[in-house]
Ligand binder design. Structure first.
Ligand SMILES: [Zn+2]
Length: 233
């Protein structure tokens, strides 16, 4: 994890914020780096202990809000939330859950861009802990190896299952693909809806946020236009 995250940080230093200024990113989407901010003791306790602690603490939140936890409908909620956090929606925090990726030789000698589009993901905003729902589009040009298509999907899901900001999600997926596929020729586009914007706060139900990463050969107007053409089909 540490080695991997250090490598990710080097990549962000080299590649910057993909053209986003801090002003554009805005007050409530402060982007602090490629690395998901984690405590050094993050994995000192087991998943089971985490679930027990979260269930206890979530029960306290419900108590503070005045909910009657003896009600049949509410009494299982703390355990359900704890299980969901650790095993599902935040399972991507644990490097043990990282998808194992096998590479294959590019025996078809296909040397154009490969585009996997409309990968649906569900993430959660790390500022409000409410859902981010979106689609990721990934493209790469093989440097000699290819990856199973379902693995592209799994990599997106792994990084989505963390408290996230969209800019970091985009760059984490790109950094992982660069590392696995051993190429700079990677593009990642994410188009997502943030429930912290649509269901609360400014309550804008129609806006969506688009972020992109264009590396290597993709960082040219021609390649971006070609990719957009695939995405518009
Ligand atoms: Zn938010």
């Amino acid at each position: 994890m540490k080695h991997q995250e250090t490598m990710l940080n080097t990549l962000i230093k080299e590649n910057g914020l993909n053209g986003f200024s801090e002003e554009e990113i805005g007050d409530d989407h402060i982007y602090t780096g490629l690395e998901t901010p984690m405590r050094p003791d993050a994995f000192d306790i087991s998943d089971q202990e985490k679930k027990e602690k979260i269930a206890h603490l979530f029960g306290q939140i419900m108590d503070v809000m005045g909910l009657d936890r003896t009600d049949d409908s509410l009494k299982g909620t703390p355990n359900r939330v704890a299980k969901m956090y650790i095993e599902e929606i935040f399972s991507g925090l644990n490097p043990a859950n990282k998808p194992k990726v096998a590479l294959f030789d590019n025996k078809y000698q296909y040397n154009q861009m490969l585009v996997e589009k409309n990968i649906t993901f569900y993430s959660n905003c790390e500022h409000h802990f409410v859902p981010i729902i979106g689609k990721a589009h990934i493209a790469y040009i093989s440097s000699g190896k290819v990856i199973g298509l379902s693995k592209l999907n799994r990599i997106v899901q792994y990084y989505a299952k963390r408290p996230q900001v969209q800019e970091r999600l985009t760059n984490q997926i790109a950094a992982e693909l660069k590392s696995i596929l051993d190429t700079e020729d990677i593009a990642v586009i994410i188009d997502a809806k943030h429930l912290c914007v649509s269901s609360r706060g400014i309550k804008d139900d129609t806006s969506a946020t688009v972020t992109s990463y264009y590396g290597g050969a993709f960082n040219t107007a021609t390649k971006i236009a070609e990719l957009q053409n695939y995405l518009n089909q």
